[in-house]
Ligand binder design. Structure first.
Ligand code: NDP
Length: 280
């Protein structure tokens, strides 16, 4: 079986900051369950929580961290500016509101959640994030669901490269071209729905590799992400899975196993298309 180290590796960001490579996602955790679930994740050892205004549980994430008795600097917090908060002034107000809900003076990473090209306000929004970082309200700034054209445009118009791009990424949607663009631009890849919300976990190839290491398919998928350098934050409300998803540092996939997983790519999204999604 895999065994858990006491510390999770960190990944260097292009602004000098570090991010814990493995965290805990809280999308679709109902607000009423969030405090208890995040407290349990903190007890297991997670020190990086990925939330968003759109998840409606920022206040509960904040409560869990304050209840956990940890120092603020010991937990890495990401939140996101949603589609209805695009625009310079609106985006600035949105982070202030998130900080009030979280009961924090700053977050570690603030992201534009979706580019929403139909509204064409993501450049203005990015300019607001640049200012918010200068004001110390977020240590790092980045984007989510940006395609290469969106990345190139914000960099060309502001001269500021996002620290991360958080995109849907798992064995059935490997985003090879986008990852190459990230590497060229010095952007860290964050993988959302790293387990494809469970849809990859009964894949026979993943099950075979898992059997060879005496781990689960979920642990194999997370290990594949980590070995590729992705930042991941699997979500679970199930205690056994919360523990299992953190226990991914006691085994290593071989080059051959990595290649077998690379071969599973089908270009298959589980979530919305970033070029057209405008939000609920
Ligand atoms: P995940 O790929 O993390 O999968 C979560 C699902 O898989 C849940 O149904 C969970 O079930 C199940 N699961 C978790 N671990 C295991 C395991 N070891 N074995 C079997 N099943 C398991 O999906 P998410 O969409 O939640 O993505 C993770 C995080 O990414 C989100 O929480 C959010 O923080 C972020 N995200 C960002 C988006 C963006 O647009 N920027 C979009 C979507 C997600 P159960 O909870 O019942 O245990």
């Amino acid at each position: 079986m895999a065994s858990t180290p006491t510390t999770v590796p960190t990944v260097q960001l292009n602004d000098g900051e570090q991010i814990p490579q493995l965290g805990f996602g809280v999308f679709q955790i109902p607000p009423a369950d969030t405090v208890e679930t995040v407290v349990r994740a903190l007890q297991v050892g997670y020190r990086h929580i990925d939330t968003a205004k759109a998840y409606n549980n920022e206040a509960e994430v904040g409560q869990a961290i304050h209840a956990g008795g940890l120092a603020r600097e010991d937990v890495y917090i990401t939140t996101k500016c949603f589609n209805d908060d695009h625009g310079f002034d609106q985006a600035k107000r949105a982070l202030h509101a998130s900080l009030e809900r979280l009961e924090m003076t700053h977050v570690d990473l603030y992201l534009i959640h979706w580019p929403v090209p139909a509204h064409d306000k993501y450049v203005e929004t990015w300019k607001a994030l640049v200012e918010l970082q200068k004001e110390g309200l977020t240590r790092s700034i980045g984007v989510s669901n940006f395609q290469p054209a969106h990345l190139e445009r914000i960099i060309a118009e502001t001269g500021v490269t996002p620290a991360v791009n958080q995109v849907e990424l798992h064995p059935y949607l490997q985003q090879v071209g986008l990852r190459r663009e990230h590497a060229d631009l010095g952007i860290v890849t964050e993988a959302w729905s790293p387990l494809a919300q469970g849809k990859v976990l009964d894949d026979p190839e993943l099950e075979a590799i898992a059997g060879d290491h005496d781990v689960t398919a979920g642990q194999v998928v997370l290990r594949w992400h980590l070995q590729l350098g992705h930042v991941v934050f699997p979500k679970s409300v199930t205690q056994e899975r919360i523990e299992q998803n953190f226990d991914v540092f006691g085994f290593t996939l071989t080059d051959d196993e990595m290649a077998r997983i690379d071969a599973l790519d089908r270009g298959e999204r589980t979530g919305p298309d970033p070029d057209t999604f405008t939000g609920a």
